[in-house]
Design a protein around this ligand. Structure first.
Ligand code: 5GP
Length: 115
């Protein structure tokens, strides 16, 4: 079950502030509070999806394509394409997902090394 009190739900509703990078009616992108790279942005759909797995199973094809196309556009607008960047999506306990609202990490601005 989706937890309406999770921290990203509160950021989407405006209850908790964030450093916004991009927003439209379907998507919000904001800076990670504990950046793991010089650029560390989180992209979230505004819909109530717990994880990557939930999003891929329950969003429709248009929503999925739109979300990932916009994520790519945000990475481009952040100036990350030429030097490269990393996309991370953690799902569930073994993936070490800590916030139960689906999110993509965009990491860049330095050579990130191996996993
Ligand atoms: P996960 O481990 O679930 O993939 O990633 C959650 C991310 O959310 C972490 O990188 C963490 O730093 C970030 N985060 C947690 N709480 C907040 C918050 O209140 N504001 C922002 N901007 N980021 C947060």
């Amino acid at each position: 079950m989706y937890d309406n009190n999770n921290i990203f739900a509160k950021i989407i509703s405006g209850e908790i502030p964030c450093k916004e990078v991009y927003q439209d009616e379907k998507i919000l992108a904001f800076e990670d509070v504990a950046p793991a790279a010089p650029t560390h942005v989180l992209v979230v759909p505004k819909g109530e999806y717990i994880s990557f797995d939930d999003f891929m199973q329950n969003a429709n094809a248009e929503q999925i394509a739109g979300f990932f196309a916009k994520t790519r556009q945000i990475a481009s607008d952040l100036g990350l394409v030429a030097d490269g960047y990393r996309i991370v999506m953690n799902h569930g306990k073994n993936g070490n997902q800590t916030v139960p609202h689906f999110h993509v990490h965009i990491l860049g601005g330095k050579q990130l090394g191996g996993l």
